[in-house]
Design a binder for this molecule. Structure first.
Ligand SMILES: NC(=O)c1ccc[n+]([C@@H]2O[C@H](COP(=O)([O-])OP(=O)(O)OC[C@H]3O[C@@H](n4cnc5c(N)ncnc54)[C@H](O)[C@@H]3O)[C@@H](O)[C@H]2O)c1
Length: 320
């Protein structure tokens, strides 16, 4: 088993929701240096408040898809491992579909070119369950066909295929985590790219109605961010992950209608909901089989949904 201790680790998208928790966890695990590269499209410096207190944390405000920029950073900082988490959230597909697709592909390409050039050693890439499209069977294992329904998801699927092909042909040291829906503190609550949990909590706090898109019977597999971050660390540590695509989810499908009910009950909201049309190209069901994660990483989620949603909503309620 490999160790994070003493390694110089770069996190693309490290100022975002999952990336910032990952930076904290890597520092906690004894990384030699944690280097965050984020262009702050959606990232926030306040997400890095704890990390920034550490002497071995370095922040670059840059575009991680640019080869020249990343060549300079990975060389200067003597990077061992890259965690590639940068992306632009799924809803961007509805505003700027070409960019929503290309950003995922270009980031993966740059990380692979640098890995091939030898400026760092190991790539742990973050994929998404959206690459599968809606469940044709449930729970979904890694052999489930890929039918991405949005440009974001197509970009994620394309990046995965590119990384797998480079693993096969070039024997580059890579692994892919295919995460299902994350929730927890620091997820973006503002604007059209907001996640459903923070957006609903924000609206209720501001005296607005929660919004339900479609009939609410669509299901998602929610995994608490702390569990996902633990899986990301294990993916580096366990070399059995190399060349693999590994699902990370809870194995429980929760209907969006039930999710809203839970949030409303916790926040004491008894009013009406605003009903909107279903989102164009929305995936209907997602539910992970985590058998491979258990086998290769020894991973199982520790934070159940009741505990996770309580922690998450308490965090949002505590924000000014
Ligand atoms: N949140 C989820 O439910 C979920 C589920 C499955 C997979 N994922 C994957 O996990 C990763 C992190 O997602 P997140 O929810 O934390 O998203 P996020 O939007 O909070 O974070 C992404 C970060 O990437 C940054 N970024 C975008 N383009 C960049 C670029 N060119 N260069 C540098 N930085 C750039 C953004 O500013 C942002 O800080 C993504 O790869 C996403 O596809 C997320």
């Amino acid at each position: 088993m490999l160790s994070i201790k003493g390694k110089n680790i770069l996190v693309t998208g490290g100022a975002g929701f999952i990336g910032s928790h990952l930076c904290d966890a890597l520092l906690q695990a004894g990384a030699g240096k944690v280097v965050c590269v984020d262009n702050f499209f959606l990232g926030k410096e306040e997400n890095l408040r704890e990390a920034a207190k550490k002497e071995n944390f370095v922040l670059y405000r840059d575009d991680a898809s640019k080869f020249g920029v990343m060549y300079a950073i990975t060389t200067k900082e003597e990077i061992d491992i890259v965690y590639n988490l940068a992306t632009i959230a799924l809803n961007y597909s509805f505003f700027n579909p070409f960019d929503a697709y290309m950003v995922n592909v270009e980031l993966a390409q740059t990380m692979l070119e640098l890995l091939k050039a030898g400026t760092y050693r190991t790539l742990i890439h973050m994929s998404s369950s959206e690459a599968y499209g809606t469940a044709q069977y449930s729970p979904m294992d890694e052999n489930h066909p890929m039918h991405p329904t949005t440009p974001y998801a197509a970009g994620k699927a394309a990046a995965d295929l590119m990384i797998q092909s480079f693993y096969n042909v070039e024997h580059l040291d890579t692994a892919i985590l295919r995460s299902f829906n994350n929730y927890g503190p620091r997820q973006n609550a503002e604007g059209p790219l907001a996640g459903i949990i923070p957006k609903t909590a924000r609206r209720i706090r501001q005296g607005e109605k929660p919004i339900l898109q479609g009939d609410g019977l669509q299901t998602r597999d929610f995994i608490y961010v702390e569990d996902t971050v633990r899986a990301l660390l294990l993916t580096y540590e366990r070399e059995e992950s190399r060349g693999q695509i590994i699902n990370i989810g809870s194995g429980e499908g929760i209907a969006i209608r039930d999710l809203l009910d839970r949030i409303c009950a916790y926040m004491g909201y008894q009013g009406e909901w605003e009903m909107e049309q279903a989102r164009n190209s929305d995936v209907h069901d997602l539910c992970a089989s985590s058998a491979l994660a258990r086998k290769l990483l020894g991973f199982a989620p520790k934070v159940g949904f009741d505990e996770g949603i309580r922690r998450t909503l308490d965090w949002y309620l505590g924000q000014g």
